[in-house]
Unconditional design. Structure first.
Length: 275
């Protein structure tokens, strides 16, 4: 780790011992819901675009923010945040494997103030992630919760994978992301029923962020009838995807920002920050 990055991380939290966090004085977040998860319910959503822009807005409110990419088979948040990915065997997998690892060595310092990333390496083999259990993920999330004011987690919709159900279990609050697809409500209900059947509380995942809206005919009434709440509605914006491909944040770097996109993502940021 270079000196600049070390100094940046030291300014956020006290030194963490590499031996069971002995003597560490971790910060306590003042937020009630400091661990927030986002899970896609349909195709044609883009969690990485949403989370990267939302994390920037939250960090600009003075909150030390950590983004966690749990898409262990296809991480992409490092691209959206214009950061170099971890090398093979480093990053997320390293802190999962051992409680002796110093988290500061595995966190990616982004170019945005107060915004950090914990990501898998795209070079990691798939089979390396099959043996982790809920307890491994709980330890990592608890540690990050102590370090940062808020933790935003990109959750893969893969119920047999512990990173899916484990993240649902240890989040304080969760959002489904969905597009105008007829299967959206069915997919959310089926996943919540399965999670509930294995003892995971599902009440915290009743909010939905609609994404890439194109003014299609869509039955929002059925979502409300099933108890879901529409927390935000983000239109399809081509420039947002262009920015993502170039490693830029649409909400920050675009000369012209869609007013509907800006209004609702800012509303989300305010809701998370002003608890």
């Amino acid at each position: 780790m270079d000196r600049k990055r070390r100094i940046g991380l030291d300014s956020i939290f006290q030194k963490i011992s590499s031996k069971d966090l002995v003597g560490a004085e971790l910060q306590e977040s003042s937020l009630i819901y400091s661990v927030v998860g986002f899970m896609p319910a349909t195709d044609f959503t883009d969690n990485a675009l949403l989370i990267s822009n939302l994390a920037y807005l939250v960090s600009q409110k003075g909150l030390n923010t950590c983004v966690v990419d749990l898409k262990v088979f296809y991480p992409n948040l490092y691209q959206h945040l214009d950061s170099a990915p971890p090398k093979k065997g480093n990053g997320l997998i390293k802190v999962l494997k051992s409680d002796k690892v110093d988290f500061r060595d595995e966190l990616i310092t982004t170019k945005y103030e107060k915004l950090y990333l914990l990501s898998p390496s795209p070079q990691d083999l798939m089979e390396e992630y099959f043996d982790f259990e809920f307890g491994h993920l709980e330890r990592v999330i608890d540690t990050l919760k102590g370090m940062f004011d808020i933790v935003l987690i990109d959750i893969p919709n893969n119920p047999p994978l512990e990173f899916c159900l484990g993240a649902m279990k240890y989040c304080h609050i969760g959002y489904f992301t969905a597009a105008e697809r007829m299967e959206a409500t069915v997919n959310m209900v089926k996943l919540l029923d399965f999670a509930q059947s294995v003892g995971i509380s599902t009440a915290k995942f009743m909010s939905v962020i609609m994404m890439n809206l194109q003014n299609l005919e869509f039955d929002y009434k059925v979502m409300k009838e099933m108890g879901f709440h529409i927390a935000a509605a983000l239109p399809l914006v081509k420039d947002a995807n262009v920015c993502a491909h170039e490693g830029r944040l649409y909400i920050k770097d675009s000369a012209i920002v869609n007013k509907f996109f800006k209004k609702d993502i800012q509303k989300l940021a305010d809701r998370l920050a002003d608890q």
